[in-house]
Ligand binder design. Structure first.
Ligand SMILES: C[S@@+](CC[C@H](N)C(=O)[O-])C[C@H]1O[C@@H](n2cnc3c(N)ncnc32)[C@H](O)[C@@H]1O
Length: 306
């Protein structure tokens, strides 16, 4: 399969793409706030503070840092909404009518992303819930943990939403749109089962993290299943404007789908080719099952993780 990757700004790059270039978008964006600005990335790489939560080493294993979103001001929240309005506007014309976008998010910011994308013209079509247990922390009232020993400030996060958007179809029916554009629906698990909006997904396996050093690396099995679902006829190409380590491009490569990616950070960009090569070669048997619409999908939906 073919993938291409550009070292560029996603907005500039999308605005330069011809209309109707892609059948789908599978993306894990930054939150338009500041977690991927050079200043914050420098703090992350140094391991000192900033918007990144840097948990202490536990049992000798350093945990992966995560951005904290509870510290956002009103202005930053508006910035998220605007960021996704701009993103939606740039993406919209590049997708064929009926093309879907799956956008990774976080529960607390989901409404802002949906609002921004909707104002750019996308239909909001719910979310796929990736059920997994990320990092737990900060759930007790600060400096009053003993006084309010029975209180948690937020529930323990057990899911990550992948919001579903669709560029409206241009034809009268989904069937006509599928015929014309190869888009408008999602791929079924099997003839008798549609795609589900709940996926059990373990944390990104260590083996994948050893290959691709990125703070928000997503697991291959999840990305492959999502990329597979995004192309209803099994044909077309996928865009990931915030490529990071290249994991989405690797997932597309593994399932035989053409893809295009963009990454702004030079260090991440320079590692993408080697990451795609190594990540795409993992789990060949599982991937064969996925492409055969059978057991691999059941793994993801029956709680055994992926
Ligand atoms: C959440 S990460 C994606 C991680 C990816 N899913 C993975 O598994 O490796 C978002 C990425 O977008 C990049 N980025 C941020 N702003 C960008 C922009 N304007 N254009 C292109 N890439 C950008 C960041 O450098 C970061 O690597």
């Amino acid at each position: 399969m073919v993938y291409e990757v550009s070292h560029d700004d996603a907005f500039r790059w999308l605005n330069a793409q011809p209309e109707n270039s892609f059948h789908a978008c599978l993306t894990d964006p930054p939150y338009g706030i500041n977690e991927f600005t050079p200043k914050e990335i420098e703090k992350l790489r140094k391991g000192s503070g900033g918007v990144w939560r840097l948990p202490p080493a536990i049992g000798g294993n350093k945990r992966a840092p995560l951005p904290r979103f509870t510290v956002l001001s009103d202005e930053q929240r508006n910035h998220v909404r605007e960021f996704f309005r701009e993103f939606g506007r740039a993406l919209y014309p590049t997708l064929v009518p009926g093309g879907h976008a799956f956008v990774a998010g976080t529960p607390m910011l989901q409404y802002l992303v949906q609002d921004g994308m909707a104002s750019a013209g996308f239909e909001v079509r719910g979310a796929i819930i990736r059920a997994y247990r990320g990092f737990r922390g900060g759930d007790r009232p600060k400096l009053a943990e003993k006084e309010f020993a029975d209180v948690c400030v937020t529930p323990r996060g057990c899911y990550e939403p992948w919001m579903i958007f669709r560029r409206p179809i241009s034809e009268k029916t989904v069937a006509a749109n599928l015929r014309r554009w190869g888009a408008g629906g999602l791929r079924r698990i099997s003839e008798s089962q549609p795609f589900f909006d709940l996926i059990e997904s373990a944390r990104t396996p260590k083996e994948e993290k050893r290959i691709a050093d990125h703070p928000t690396l997503k697991p291959q099995k999840l990305l492959r299943a999502l990329a597979f679902a995004l192309l209803p006829t099994g044909e077309g190409n996928v865009v990931e404007p915030f490529a990071g380590s290249g994991s989405t491009l690797a997932a597309c490569e593994a399932i035989g789908v053409n893809s295009s990616g963009v990454e702004l950070d030079q260090e991440n960009y320079s590692r993408i080719a080697q990451n795609v090569e190594a990540l795409s070669q993992l789990y060949p048997a599982w991937t064969d099952e996925l492409l055969g619409n059978q057991a691999a999908f059941r793994d993801l939906f029956d709680g055994t993780g992926g």
